[in-house]
Write a protein that binds this ligand. Structure first.
Ligand SMILES: Nc1ncnc2c1ncn2[C@@H]1O[C@H](COP(=O)(O)OP(=O)(O)O)[C@@H](O)[C@H]1O
Ligand SMILES: O=P(O)(O)OC[C@H](O)CO
Length: 557
């Protein structure tokens, strides 16, 4: 059905959405009654790569970008609208990225370690050495996550082990830790002059320090990583009035929602029902499947994560997530490192010049493999090359790699839930910049065997956080059970290859994937320097959890 796009002059009240992503920061203002975007400003945030596998950002630069976006978007409001019309602001952010700062000076103690930074490989080995059977899934029951460089606890541990300024600030009880939401909200609500040190359940669920069931920092997880409780933020729901913005163009406006960007995207895509799934194609690819109020513990390599908790007394809704580290980033790599493309948008035309990949398979495991494999020893491979291989084949194989990685996740979800399968899932909703590539979405439909629905290339994280902020108690501008109609059009891609062809190609992908494993050598020496940590490390792995429990119980008596 065609969607009626409102052309009426925008009116207050408005809801602001601060969206701090890995590459870009945006601030958008929405008309509360229609959820129509009325003003926006976007800027880029630079990532620094000081060494192979290291990815950092300057927290001061992240804050500056956020402030620029808020000022510029406010300046772009249509005449007659101003700060008095902005009823609330929500904050959504790249997840897992780890910031440490000094509560007294307000200064960062190190650059932020970005979610796809893999310097913590040795830290992972040290932690694994202390878990029963070196099992990366030993903490899953509590955290919902495998031990991996991806999560904040490992990054924080690395900072504590390797950065003297962090060690000193901890000793002096001045060190605060947070994911990017905490860093921004602390600063926006006053910083060292009384800023709120908080996070929400979705972001906390990505730290590997929160108990996925109690939604509190977990004493055993804190002990496993030897992290002091006092440096952690308070965990709050995803939608409630936390406090007011302390200065700047939005001075006095309440902040009433915080969510990780993929969870906010799930809300923006209106995946409120159990069984609904969305996939976002950007540098990485993130597929979230709403499992309702049940926290499904994956036995097949997926993450159990909090999808949302839209109020302190609202039910906790969970999701199973499959995170792929390299999706659109592979196309950027073809452009920047191999000069095969001038622009990512060329990928579609060049890949369309050939009818198939010519049996070429590309596994872009540049930083290891995330879900569902969790193999930090994997590295990228390109296989099946012949003298007839052209750049069209390689570009097409890069697009297919995104589709196969998505299928790997869907297969794992089917095994975990029993409720979806590539046969029973009727459609997958997709968004993100890379989803503008029609060939990619056709290949996705072909290689998974079900319809792919592109709601909009524009991600819905900002819209999702605006919905969460608008529905908070005491804001009461948005009813999630009666949202205004979506303004976006849909494109549907349906499978066009035979099941036999699909099966044969997926089998070949799995062969290629197997060949990418075990390439990077496991590290030998643990990097941790902390004395207490070494003490814990001396506990035999099989005794570690038991003795930790005993220590916990003793300390609670
Ligand atoms: N039309 C396209 N076809 C294939 N890949 C694309 C296309 N447009 C963008 N990409 C890739 O998708 C990624 C997503 O872009 P963007 O959302 O701007 O990045 P990020 O996730 O870094 O914020 C980029 O890495 C880019 O290489
Ligand atoms: O900023 P994005 O879109 O790359 O999202 C990053 C994810 O939140 C990492 O888990």
């Amino acid at each position: 059905m065609p969607v009626a796009i409102s052309t009426a002059l925008p009116r207050g009240p408005l809801i602001g959405a601060l969206e701090e992503g890995t590459r870009t920061c945006r601030f958008a203002l929405y008309e509360a009654s229609t959820l129509r975007e009325v003003a926006v400003h976007c800027t880029q945030v630079e990532s620094l790569r000081p060494e192979e596998g290291w990815v950092e950002q300057d927290p001061a630069e992240i804050l500056r970008a956020a402030q620029e976006c808020m000022s510029e978007a406010m300046a772009r409001l249509p005449p007659g609208l101003g700060v008095r019309d902005v009823a609330a602001v929500g904050v959504t952010n790249q997840r897992e990225t780890t910031v440490v700062w000094d509560r007294v000076t307000g200064q960062p103690l190190h650059h932020a370690l970005v979610w796809n930074d893999i310097r913590t490989s040795k830290t992972v080995d040290s932690v694994l050495a202390r878990l029963p059977g070196n099992d990366k899934d030993a903490l899953r029951d509590r955290a919902g996550l495998p031990v991996s460089p991806y999560f904040s606890a490992l990054k924080l541990r690395w900072l504590m082990d390797n950065v003297p300024a962090v060690q000193k600030a901890i000793a002096e009880k001045r060190c605060l830790f947070g994911t990017v939401d905490s860093w921004l909200v602390w600063n926006l609500t006053g910083g060292s002059r009384g800023g709120l040190h908080i996070t929400d359940v979705t972001n906390a669920s990505r730290t590997m320090l929160m108990n996925i069931h109690t939604l509190q920092w977990d004493p055993l997880l804190l002990k496993a990583f030897d992290i002091p409780r006092e440096m952690l933020p308070e965990i709050r729901s995803s939608s409630e009035v936390y406090g007011d913005i302390a200065d700047g163009p939005l001075h006095g406006v309440p902040i009433s929602a915080i969510m990780g960007n993929q969870q906010a995207n799930l809300v923006g895509e209106r995946c409120f029902k159990e069984g609904q799934a969305k996939s976002t194609y950007r540098s990485g690819c993130f597929l979230l499947y709403n499992t309702g109020t049940a926290c499904v513990h994956s036995k097949h390599g997926l993450l159990s994560t909090v999808a949302y908790k839209l109020g302190p007394d609202a039910p906790t809704v969970y999701a199973l997530e499959g995170s792929v580290a390299v999706a659109g980033h592979a196309i950027k790599w073809l452009k920047d490192n191999l000069n095969l493309l001038k622009d990512p948008a060329e990928a579609e035309r060049i890949a369309s010049e050939v009818a198939s990949t010519g049996d070429v398979y590309f596994v872009p495991a540049f930083t290891g493999l995330y879900a569902p494999h969790w193999r930090k020893d994997a590295r990228g491979i390109l296989c099946g090359l012949t003298q007839f291989t052209t750049k069209g084949h390689i570009v097409r194989a890069s697009l297919e790699a995104v589709c196969y990685q998505t299928r790997d996740i869907l297969e794992a979800m089917a095994r975990d839930c029993g409720k979806i399968s590539t046969e029973t899932l009727s459609e997958l909703r997709v968004d993100g910049k890379m989803a503008e590539n029609n060939l990619l979405l056709q290949l996705q439909a072909d290689l998974c065997g079900f319809s792919v629905v592109r709601t909009d290339i524009h991600e819905k994280a900002a819209l999702g956080i605006a919905i969460a902020a608008g529905q908070a108690k005491d804001i009461d501008l948005v009813n999630i059970n009666a949202l205004p109609p979506s303004q976006s059009q849909c494109d549907v891609f349906t499978p066009s290859i035979t099941p036999e062809d699909r099966k044969a190609r997926y089998t070949k992908w799995k062969m290629a994937l197997t060949r990418s494993l075990g390439w990077a050598k496991p590290s030998k020496s643990p990097s941790m320097t902390d004395k207490r940590y070494h003490l814990l490390a001396s506990i035999p792995p099989s005794l570690f959890l038991i003795s930790s429990f005993a220590m916990m119980l003793a300390s609670e008596m």
